[in-house]
Design a protein around this ligand. Structure first.
Ligand code: FAD
Length: 437
């Protein structure tokens, strides 16, 4: 069996390792168009502050380790430019523009996405942060030009993580935001807490405006304002890197998202896909959703590996619940479920504000949580929380409740571990249940 994987980072490297764990006989070959391989995208922002000091620690494995220890061949600087599923053949272009072909029994697509850039006048030192070479470019520009003033364009999670880490590095940071909302995944009600956290950490916010021009030492906005700025990081969203698939027999949705079933098979049976390039399914209502996050990529790698090797758990996945979390200085913010904009007045809203541990403990942290209950099922449809680090614990518990179709009244029976440094005898998760009955 010959398995070819396109893309050698989160999805590609993971699915290759998973397959090898289950089958030590098959040939596994990875084609990666860039010079780097198997690194942690999610860790990139944390090198900007040097919280993750050693950039090398972001690499999970090397090409040699894959070759010697796992018998997986990795070809870097090899871009797949065409797929012909009728004859199971791909065409590859290497760094010298030489073209070759290769054939497969199974093909796995994990080409990810690329960050959008702003097409504005100037373009001086405009960077995006989506892979390790781009991180190195930002890092070297900061050092070479002794950069002091940085502008971030965007207000999603990558923008906020970049802002936090560059501030922690001691630089002056401004954020340009088309609206006044930050990390839109979370409830609007919490937006003031996010804004206050940014402002109190001395990040300048420019809201309801767009960029007109990026010069060497300033950014000019469409409202005429100018911002002192020597380097710009644009974080305004991503586009799946699926252009090379468009001419193939593999179905795309809206010309860019790869269509997959619950076993991650594309419209062609022996071609699978995972990661940021796919359109997946939402568990709550079975609706298609693009959820470019790491957890689902790793889970789908396991699904594909088991299906291809014909080993256990090839159970179709339930879909995703859209759980996500970020850190913004001393605030943790997390959410799961439907979007806030999708909720009608019929959903029952339960709010609770409490401490993550016994009220008399000096290091207690406040947590605010909002939960929306579907009136017909009494199950949670959406939850958002902000506050101390344990926000993650409560959102994770709620995700478990959603997976298992638990009714909210049953939250009083969730039995958390308790001791004053860790929780209170009426945990926040129980309080949601008490408020619901
Ligand atoms: P990637 O990991 O991007 O890999 C795709 C690879 O395919 C690329 O290396 C690309 O060069 C290669 N490729 C593309 N086209 C071709 C071709 N034609 N031929 C050969 N190779 C090709 N998710 C979270 O859940 N939590 C987080 O905290 C988080 N933080 C993030 C922070 C940053 C800065 C970024 C950029 C992402 C973050 N993510 C996070 C998202 C997560 O990293 C992605 O969901 C995950 O990497 C997707 O994996 P992938 O394999 O689809 O894409």
């Amino acid at each position: 069996k010959r398995i070819i994987i396109i893309g050698g980072v989160a999805g590609g490297a993971t699915v290759a390792s998973q397959i090898r764990r289950l089958d030590d006989q098959c040939d596994i070959v990875i084609y990666e168009k860039r010079p780097s391989f198997s690194f942690a995208n999610c860790g990139l922002p944390y090198h900007l502050s040097h919280e993750v000091e050693d950039i090398e620690s972001l690499y999970a494995a090397s090409v040699d380790e894959f070759d010697n220890k796992r018998n997986i061949k990795v070809h870097l600087n090899h871009e797949v430019i065409n797929i012909d599923t009728k004859v199971n053949k791909i065409t590859i272009k290497d760094e010298h523009n030489e073209q070759t072909t290769d054939t497969y029994d199974f093909l796995i697509l994990s080409p990810g996405a690329h960050a959008k850039r702003l097409e504005v006048r100037g373009q001086h030192r405009q960077f995006v942060l989506h892979n390790i070479e781009q991180l190195e470019d930002i890092e070297s520009s900061i050092k070479t030009h002794d950069i002091q003033n940085v502008t971030i364009i965007g207000a999603g999670y990558i923008a906020l993580e970049a802002a936090e880490n560059l501030k922690e590095r001691g630089l002056n940071v401004s954020i340009i935001n088309r609206s006044d909302q930050y990390y839109k995944a979370v409830d609007r009600q919490f937006n003031d807490d996010l804004r206050d956290t940014l402002l109190s950490n001395d990040i300048k916010l420019y809201e309801h405006c767009e960029v007109d021009q990026i010069d060497a030492h300033q950014v000019i906005l469409n409202n005429g304002q100018t911002i002192l700025s020597d380097l710009v990081i644009t974080a305004i969203g991503i586009t799946p890197s699926t252009q090379f698939i468009q001419s193939s027999q593999i179905d795309l949705i809206d010309d860019k998202f790869i269509k997959v079933n619950a076993l991650n098979q594309t419209s062609v049976d022996n071609v699978y896909a995972l990661g940021d390039a796919i359109m997946t399914r939402r568990a709550i209502d079975n609706q298609p959703i693009h959820l470019p996050l790491a957890w689902i990529t790793h889970r789908d790698a396991t699904t594909i590996a088991h299906h291809i090797t014909n080993t256990k758990i090839d159970k179709p996945s339930q879909g995703v619940y859209s759980a996500s979390i970020i850190r913004l200085f001393d605030l943790t913010i997390a959410t799961v479920g439907l979007k806030e904009s999708e909720l009608t007045d019929e959903y029952i809203k339960i709010e609770h504000s409490g401490y993550d541990r016994a009220g008399y403990m000096p290091d207690k942290e406040k947590i605010q949580i909002i939960v929306y209950i579907d009136p017909s099922t009494h199950q949670v449809a959406r939850a958002s929380a902000i506050g101390g680090r344990d926000v993650s614990k409560y959102i994770d518990l709620i995700t478990m409740s959603m997976m298992n179709q638990m009714v909210v009244e049953d939250f009083i029976n969730i039995e958390p571990t308790y001791s004053p440094p860790y929780a209170s005898p009426k945990s926040i998760i129980n309080m949601i249940g008490y408020k619901a009955i």
